[in-house]
Design a protein around this ligand. Structure first.
Ligand SMILES: Cc1cc2nc3c(=O)[nH]c(=O)nc-3n(C[C@H](O)[C@H](O)[C@H](O)COP(=O)(O)OP(=O)(O)OC[C@H]3O[C@@H](n4cnc5c(N)ncnc54)[C@H](O)[C@@H]3O)c2cc1C
Length: 397
């Protein structure tokens, strides 16, 4: 049901698809397959190993300036890559490294920052965490309270971040901090610091999530000294850089191909459970597939806009809203297909169905409740979309 491309390929594109398939056959190690189902995403060896291969091939740096290792890809090449990697259940590449912080350091960093960080990012030597949210600053991020006060050649950082995904496996964190508490607009007094996670004065504490797995953390900063050389770009311009990074994050949250892969798993489970014969169930499955196709068209449009070099408008927000909703809907259908088995957490004693393909559905269904929250909640994304649409002169709605 879900194996065809949504749009026909030209001969050139087919040749590229064959090249991608050959690369996967050659480089994707069996032990890396499937590690990116979220509950086991902390297998950093697999993520780094696969990322290194894809970077070396020149397929992971399309958002980088060319002079720092960026390799342009066409819209269709990017689409083919994500489709083939998704189908092969390849690990996700290190997104925060390569699509968020890497391109920003390339564009706005100092010579020292570029020389020090970029090779380490390209080589997957460093793992970066994203230090934005605080206990009282999530949707209203600009009201954050972590401060950085200049003292000679250092900043002294005090405060707390929360929900920091993968900080326990990270070597570096880019933290949004308040450098000018007196700025007229609260957005104007913020800066980004590039901080080693093992700095003296940093404490990382785990937050256990509902799937009983350690993904995310609280981070406490107590008089942490950060050299001024680790300020990204200009002081008090952090909000501008943050918006650029969040837009990249929202695009990635759509993760369409992994959702298709889960839908394939649901289909396998449903067949074995005899549910595929039920017209009502089959209808819901097909409806979801059509919605995924529609989202894929939106993704292609967004890719087209960004490859043209035009700034994206509401597309990342729409992709985020609909991508997270579809992932949740597909997993909910999977839970129904599993029946009572859906209530059992994975364990060696749990009876298997469809050769184990339903194994992750419960834990994923639990943790992906968070998908409509992280990357900026879906309610906030709807606000952004309506703001952009209503400000258009032509009256698009
Ligand atoms: C699993 C997970 C991983 C995360 N990883 C990271 C990470 O790595 N780094 C990081 O910095 N952050 C991370 N976050 C934090 C995430 O970005 C925030 O949780 C999110 O921005 C929401 O902020 P909040 O939790 O403070 O909720 P609040 O902002 O307090 O929102 C509470 C509710 O009110 C609604 N609401 C708030 N304001 C409005 C409004 N103006 N209009 C309509 N509705 C509104 C929200 O939609 C939400 O439903 C993660 C969160 C989760 C759950």
């Amino acid at each position: 049901v879900t194996s065809d491309y949504a749009i026909p390929l030209t001969q050139e594109e087919e040749a590229f698809r064959e090249e991608v398939r050959a690369f996967i056959a050659d480089k994707l190690r069996p032990e890396w397959i499937g590690v990116s189902e979220l509950w086991s995403r902390t297998d950093m060896t697999a993520l780094a190993g696969w990322t290194r291969e894809v970077v070396a091939k020149g397929w992971a740096t399309s958002s980088w300036p060319v002079e720092f290792g960026g390799k342009r890809l066409t819209v269709m090449q990017r689409y083919i890559l994500s489709t083939e990697f998704g189908r092969a259940r390849a690990p996700l590449i290190l997104h925060i490294n390569l699509h968020m912080v890497g391109p920003l350091i390339a564009r706005f960093g100092t010579d020292w920052q570029r020389d020090h960080f970029l090779p380490r990012i390209l080589d997957s030597e460093d793992f970066w965490a994203q230090g934005y949210s605080e206990p009282d600053a999530g949707s209203d991020l600009a009201s954050l309270r972590t401060t950085a006060v200049r003292d000679g050649d250092d900043y002294i950082v005090n405060g707390q971040k929360i929900w920091t995904t993968n900080a326990h496996n990270s070597t570096e964190i880019f933290a949004l901090v308040r450098t000018d508490p007196k700025a007229e607009k609260k957005q104007a007094g913020l800066s980004i610091l590039l901080i080693p996670v093992d700095s003296e004065g940093i404490t990382v504490r785990p937050i256990r999530t509902i799937d009983e797995i350690h993904h995310t953390n609280e981070i406490f900063f107590s008089d942490v000294r950060v050299p001024v050389s680790r300020l990204l770009g200009e002081e008090n311009k952090g909000w501008t850089y943050t918006k650029l990074m969040l837009s990249a994050e929202r695009e990635s949250v759509a993760e369409i191909q992994p959702t298709r892969t889960i839908l394939d798993d649901v289909l396998a489970v449903a067949r074995e459970a005899g549910l595929f014969e039920d017209p009502g169930f089959r209808r819901r499955l097909l409806d979801l597939e059509f919605e995924i196709d529609a989202l894929e068209m939106l993704e292609l449009r967004a890719l087209d806009v960004s490859v043209q070099g035009t700034e994206l408008g509401y597309e990342p927000s729409l992709l985020k809203i609909q991508g997270s909703k579809l992932r949740q809907d597909v997993l909910q259908l999977g839970r129904e297909a599993l029946g009572p088995l859906a209530e059992l957490m994975p364990s060696p004693d749990r009876p298997q169905i469809a050769g184990g393909r339903g194994e992750n559905i419960l834990t994923d269904a639990l943790i992906f409740r968070a998908a409509s929250i992280y990357g900026g909640t879906n309610e906030i994304q709807k606000n952004i979309v309506s703001k952009i649409l209503f400000s258009l002169d032509e009256g698009v709605i």
